[in-house]
Design a protein around this ligand. Structure first.
Ligand SMILES: [Zn+2]
Length: 387
């Protein structure tokens, strides 16, 4: 078995609780995957990541292709042995970074030409993306897709979608040539055009993928567009396969997407927020740098069981941030990632217990509709993996 999915419970509106079966163990869903871009987490250690309860993480093929490179992963026997991570790993295809990074790149039917972070020119094809992800040895691979801005017109979005569909078939063929027990997910594109989303969902779900992702969101569309496209896609995806909304998002975004039937998420926001001195709480965002915090003798969030809240008063974390000590950001990043894990567990438990609606409405009231997000470069949009 590569990846299986057991659906345990669905609410009247379509929120789902299930189990994602991987070769690294069973993972309760909905699930949030912390991002280890270069096979390492930003600001926190591997032990910190383990302490948050995360069972599956995401790493970026675009970066791993450049350093350490596929040969190193082959010699170590895969990313788990390389970084000492016993849980599951999902790798993206490299597509998102290529299309979001500034600089020259070109797309042909064959693949994408672009520059790697080191400046080397590279051609990534659907086949070479699969070969690279096979060498990395992730448990779940993603098919290479073409991502365009949500603001792109219908013609441009259609063209990108058609290439995505052709590449999906080529990715499956490459995977079948040399199967290594990994799962492969297909990606539905189509921007914010409902007819294109329907066409894309029909084309991608006709292919024998192990799971399905909704791509091309969190790239410039409004919240309403994102939520309606998510609902439109999940209604067209099979019930018995996992669904992954790529690069989303804020705690409220996660709640809204779970409400619409999504099972899996990734986002760099927990660590990005920490870099700004901001902590997620169930009451909203706490600004740990505010002068009043220096006298706070309690934890960041009362009742939180993360390592930071269990061991450090907020006043001390405030001090570390003020003097620029790296541990300050570490404690916030650890807390924020832990918070997303706890949020997912709360959502799951409510779905299983039949108490989804009251929790959904409570969280919609409490969680901020907008986060004061830091100014990021276009390639580091708050809801997408960092390049
Ligand atoms: Zn905490």
């Amino acid at each position: 078995m590569t990846v299986g999915f057991s659906l345990l419970s669905t609410t009247a509106h379509g929120a789902r609780a299930g189990i994602l079966h991987t070769r690294k163990g069973d993972i309760p869903t909905p699930v949030f995957m912390p991002v280890a871009t270069r096979a390492g987490f930003r600001h926190i250690s591997l032990a910190d990541a383990r302490s948050t309860g995360a069972k599956i993480i995401l790493s970026n093929t675009y970066h791993l292709l450049d350093a350490p490179g596929p040969q190193v992963f082959e010699s170590f026997g895969g990313i788990h042995q390389f970084m000492g991570w016993a849980g599951a790993v999902l790798t993206d295809s490299g597509g998102y970074q290529i299309f979001s990074l500034p600089g020259e790149r070109s797309i042909s039917q064959r693949g994408a030409h672009f520059r790697l972070p080191s400046g080397r020119r590279h051609l990534l094809t659907p086949e070479s993306s699969i070969e690279t992800q096979q060498a990395i040895g992730s448990d779940i691979m993603m098919a290479l897709d073409v991502c365009v801005d949500s603001t792109s017109d219908e013609a441009r979005t259609r063209e990108a979608m058609a290439t995505t569909h052709a590449w999906a078939e080529r990715s499956l063929s490459a995977h079948a040539l040399r199967p290594r027990g990994q799962a492969l997910f297909g990606i539905v594109q189509g921007g914010v055009h409902p007819a294109l989303r329907e066409e894309s969902a029909a084309a991608i779900t006709a292919l024998p993928f192990d799971g399905f992702a909704i791509g091309g969101l969190a790239v410039g569309e409004s919240r309403n567009e994102r939520e309606s496209m998510t609902a439109l896609c999940t209604a067209l995806l099979p019930q018995d396969k996992p669904r992954y909304l790529m690069g989303v998002g804020t705690p409220l975004d996660l709640v809204e997407a779970v409400h619409r039937g999504v099972d899996m998420f990734d986002c760099i926001l927990p660590t990005k927020m920490a870099q700004q001195g901001w902590a997620y709480t169930f009451q909203g965002v706490l600004e740990a740098m505010r002068p009043a915090m220096q006298y706070a003798t309690g934890p960041l969030e009362p009742g939180c069981t993360c390592l930071a809240c269990q061991s450090q008063p907020l006043g001390y974390i405030h001090h570390l941030l003020r003097v620029g000590a790296v541990q300050g950001v570490r404690w916030l990043a650890l807390h924020n990632i832990h918070h997303t894990q706890v949020l997912m567990a709360r959502l799951r438990n409510a779905i299983l217990a039949g108490s989804w609606e009251p929790l959904y409405h409570e969280l919609r009231e409490r969680l901020p509709r907008r986060l004061k997000t830091p100014l990021l470069s276009p390639a580091e949009s708050p809801s997408e993996p960092s390049p």
